[in-house]
Design a protein. Structure first.
Length: 179
């Protein structure tokens, strides 16, 4: 059973991108097809897109992609969370480029992959926040500590305070109340 011919506009964009110096490896993810398919198209169609039975007037041309430069990958010794953030940004960029080329299949594939990274990134960010110098005290523990502190302060207030050098009685002020 013969396959449907590829979209002529997509093939033409692949041929144009290759003519401008883009590699097959760079073109394949944007086009949403495999590298062997790109090579086969370049070999088979050369500089002309495949013929279709639909007239050119009925096919809408995809919008031109915005030439957003690719962000450099973080160094190998960077934390895993930085690599994951970069991958997420790159997948979103690739989804936008594929959508701009009119390749909704590739755009959906990149968006799905980005969605699968989100929970992993959220977990790593939670762990990163919990690794700070903050401590967590439960409310019942805090209430018990407050009660201990109040009891301690009350026991100090019950004892007369005297100066260690002269023996004179001292006054104590607690929360603005003078004894």
């Amino acid at each position: 059973m013969p396959r449907n011919p590829p979209d002529p506009k997509l093939v033409q964009q692949v041929i144009d991108a290759h003519a401008k110096g883009a590699t097959v490896k760079e073109i394949a993810p944007l086009a949403g097809v495999s590298e062997p398919t790109i090579r086969a198209w370049l070999k088979r169609y050369g500089s002309a897109p495949p013929r279709t039975t639909a007239p050119a007037a009925t096919r809408a041309a995809p919008p031109a992609p915005d030439a957003e430069p690719r962000e450099p990958e973080p160094p190998d010794d960077a934390p895993a969370i930085e690599h994951l953030r970069w991958q997420l940004r790159d997948m979103r960029r690739q989804a936008g480029e594929a959508q701009a080329l009119g390749n909704t299949t590739a755009a959906q594939r990149h968006t799905t992959a980005a969605g699968k990274l989100m929970p992993i990134l959220a977990r790593l960010e939670r762990e990163e926040r919990s690794a700070t110098d903050a401590i967590v005290i439960q409310q019942h523990e805090l209430a018990a500590l407050r009660k201990q502190w109040r009891d301690f302060c009350e026991s100090v207030r019950e004892q007369p305070l005297v100066c260690a050098e002269c023996g004179r009685a001292l006054r104590m002020r607690a929360a603005g109340v003078e004894d």
